[in-house]
Design a protein around this ligand. Structure first.
Ligand SMILES: NC(=O)c1ccc[n+]([C@@H]2O[C@H](COP(=O)([O-])OP(=O)(O)OC[C@H]3O[C@@H](n4cnc5c(N)ncnc54)[C@H](O)[C@@H]3O)[C@@H](O)[C@H]2O)c1
Ligand SMILES: O=c1ccn([C@@H]2O[C@H](COP(=O)(O)OP(=O)(O)O[C@H]3O[C@H](CO)[C@@H](O)[C@H](O)[C@H]3O)[C@@H](O)[C@H]2O)c(=O)[nH]1
Length: 459
């Protein structure tokens, strides 16, 4: 069985390399010739732990190739996975389906033998049935082209392990024959005991967006409580630990902080609301708007805290540690950290950014900041440090170690990874998300009142 993967971004190239690792011959296609040239040399154009090694190995062996030609893909492959982007449409919540539609039409026109197209992109419910019509209207006569939907649940930073050993596989199919093909593709995972849910198109599409909506809700739930603990006192981490011990709740995805970002959760909850509204079901998904608002308020809270700790942001020198939307990734799509850096800049701060992998992507989007290649360079002249992405090298920071590199003793912990008491006992003024900023730490101005006004539960 020959496998093709259409779209070689974070999802597609991971899927292609993992399919090669499972022993299949794989051909990846992208419309971006620069990307295809880089991948064809075995060079990964983004940061993802473990993926460069797989890519190099299988490109070298010839089992994994890349092309820009739909003609080549259509004549060669038996199973075609679609992993192109479904970004948020500019100025709207809905997903931009133009890439999925274009890929489907191009495939259908170029497929010359009986094949199965398997969608992996995250799409609005109803897409697969709509694409079936596109395939029917564009395929060559006499060639049978079926469609299935197999949503992807990988996390960036763990993409390889999540693809090779997923928690579950979900396939939306219309026939046992199509299910059998997908069982062959995933034979190794199935033999290892990974559960396979076989269902209809609509359920398969909805499982994906429901999972992301739930994860986003969990994060916003704890962050709503962090607004309360900021106002009345209390420790958000202990609260999360305590409720998380209830196995019905679970501790994962209850880390309060500057909130969720990235190329998935924010756009997926907005696309789900837009689709529900189209279906006349806007009330069912309206709670997600509140989750979105809670999430975005956490970014404002970080900026408020910085303003309070410095008195004024104008002409202040701020060091940002971590600018990607999460650690172990270079992805800055809808990154809370980059958004906060931009807001601080807009209020007159001079911002210096250090991220172990995200500087290049961040500097393309926000060239107004200074980007440096070490933590020491970022913090040395800072008036305030904001730790915004929990890379390992920041998790191990100590008050003494950081004090040796900078003159400031002011830090904001945007991810709740520092032990506040330890830092304060060492003479640092520490602002945390989810923790009341103590008035005794403030040296100038009526800051406490300002902070409570801007970040309390009624803000
Ligand atoms: N990134 C993730 O962790 C992840 C995880 C699960 C699901 N998803 C979903 O997978 C999809 C892809 O996400 P991504 O993060 O990999 O996006 P991405 O932007 O990194 O990659 C998309 C790729 O598709 C290519 N492309 C666009 N139009 C094309 C066409 N007509 N033919 C061939 N290639 C084309 C682009 O050039 C790009 O390289 C989205 O629907 C996303 O929601 C992503
Ligand atoms: O307790 C938590 C957990 C996560 N986050 C933030 O939430 C965002 C998303 O994190 P994560 O879900 O780990 O990253 P993604 O790689 O975007 O993965 C999500 O989005 C993918 C694309 O749809 C799905 O495949 C994954 O299952 C889903 O976890 C990041 O900004 C995190 O910092 C928190 O703020 N608190």
């Amino acid at each position: 069985m020959r496998i093709t993967v259409i779209g070689t971004g974070y999802l597609g190239v991971t899927h292609a390399a993992c399919m090669a690792e499972l022993g299949f011959e794989v051909l990846g296609l992208d419309i971006d010739p620069v990307r295809v040239a880089s991948l064809s040399e075995g060079l990964l154009p983004f940061h993802e732990p473990g993926l460069p090694e797989l890519l190099r190995k299988h490109v070298k062996s010839g089992r994994l190739r890349f092309t820009t030609s739909y003609q080549e893909v259509g004549a060669w492959g038996d199973v075609h996975f679609i992993g192109v982007g479904t970004p948020q449409r500019a100025g709207e919540g809905a997903a931009d389906m133009s890439f999925v539609d274009a890929a489907t039409i191009s495939l259908a026109r170029n497929i010359t033998k009986d094949s199965l197209i398997v969608g992996k992109s995250t799409v609005p419910v109803g897409t697969t049935r709509r694409l079936k019509t596109l395939v029917r209207d564009n395929k060559r006569p006499g060639v049978s082209v079926n469609l299935a939907w197999n949503p992807e649940f990988l996390r960036e930073g763990f993409a390889v392990v999540d693809t090779l050993t997923p928690d579950r596989l979900v396939v939306g199919v219309e026939s046992p024959e199509d299910e059998a093909i997908l069982r062959k593709v995933y034979a190794k995972a199935l033999a290892d005991g990974v559960p396979l849910i076989t269902t209809d198109f609509e359920t398969a599409e909805l499982v994906k967006v429901a999972a992301n909506a739930f994860l986003a809700t969990k994060i916003s739930f704890i962050n709503a409580f962090s607004e309360v603990t900021e106002a009345v006192g209390g420790d958000i981490r202990t609260l999360a630990d305590a409720i998380g011990l209830d196995v019905r709740i679970g501790r994962r995805f209850l880390n309060a902080g500057i909130g969720f970002g990235g190329g998935c959760l924010p756009k997926d909850i907005r696309a789900l609301q837009a689709r529900a509204a189209e279906l006349g079901l806007d009330r069912s998904m309206r709670f997600l708007d509140e989750m979105d608002q809670i999430n975005l308020r956490r970014r404002e809270r970080a900026v408020d805290l910085a303003r309070v700790m410095l008195g004024s942001l104008s002409q202040s020198r701020i060091a940002i540690l971590g600018v990607t939307f999460k650690p172990n990734s270079d992805d800055v799509r809808d990154s809370p950290a980059l958004d906060i850096a931009n807001k601080l800049f807009d209020e007159g701060a001079e911002v210096t950014v250090y991220d172990p992998a995200g500087n290049v992507n961040a500097s393309r989007r926000s060239p107004q900041h200074h980007y440096v290649t070490s933590m020491g360079d970022a913090v040395k002249n800072a008036d305030l440090i904001l730790l915004l992405t929990e890379w390992d090298e920041f998790k191990t920071l100590t008050p003494e170690g950081l004090a040796a590199q900078t003159g400031t003793r002011k830090i904001i912990d945007g991810r709740n990874i520092l032990e506040a008491r330890v830092w304060e006992d060492s003479g640092w003024s520490l602002g945390s998300i989810g923790r009341r900023y103590s008035a005794t730490q403030v040296t100038e101005g009526p800051h406490r009142e300002q902070l409570q006004l801007s970040s309390g539960p009624s803000a």
